[in-house]
Design a protein around this ligand. Sequence first.
Ligand code: ZN
Length: 157
Amino acid sequence: MAEGHLLFFAKSANFPPKKEMVKNLEHIGIAVKDLSAANELYSKLLGTTPYKTEEVTSENVLTSFFKTGEAKVELLEATSPDSAIAKFIEKRGEGIHHVAFEVDDILAEMQRLESEGFTLLNKEPKRGADNKLVCFIHPKSANGVLVELCQEIREVD
Ligand code: ZN
């Protein structure tokens, strides 16, 4: 790497990161036309059946999750033509729709990423599938990749 690059990184406020901000890759979301057919195919591919199927009414999607080591695979089928998944498939066909990273403090991460110039698609964390609070980052600000931040919902009683 050229010295110029190192200088640039050294001067950038958050690079290298001072603490662990984004943790592991939590899951990869794949847009599918037919969830039950895709469940069958991915069961064969991964050698395991989905551990959960869940409808997320706010997003108009039906999802299923497979455990694949540390990370998961989420399959998403649209339940309405208004669903972002329906629009995605119409435009680009089936395929990888988003990558999701786990964070400890989604509000802090949203604030940090917004201040770094990323475009957040939702200003407040929303309830996603699999007991998570989620926020999406516009693909235009992340090299064409729709990025999801997710934080496990910890119920306090
Ligand atoms: Zn997801």
